[in-house]
Design a protein around this ligand. Sequence first.
Ligand SMILES: [Zn+2]
Length: 112
Amino acid sequence: MGNMRKCPVCEKGTLVRKKVPYTVYGVLLGTFPAEVCVGCNEQWFDEETAEKIERIEKQKGLFGMSKQSKIGYSGNSLIVRIPQSIAKLMNIKKEMPISIYPEGKNRIMIEI
Ligand SMILES: [Zn+2]
């Protein structure tokens, strides 16, 4: 201990070990030991912790949830297909009312 490593991202802050909450797709998986930059707040997990997080993601059915999709077309509308794994997790059903709006130039939000 005692070696103050510099943050490789901002190159200003030093890294401290502390427990941080880890959330994926809005689901809190727990708190895990990490090295955290006091400057930019970037976090690193060691290999063992990363594997543990992956195991919990798999247990909760959250692993590999980010999927590639393509814009489809129907009548005058463009259609985005929601993968079944995401529909199941979010309990999204056919005919369900949603709000959809742009957030920035390359992100669309869907609220259910
Ligand atoms: Zn930093």
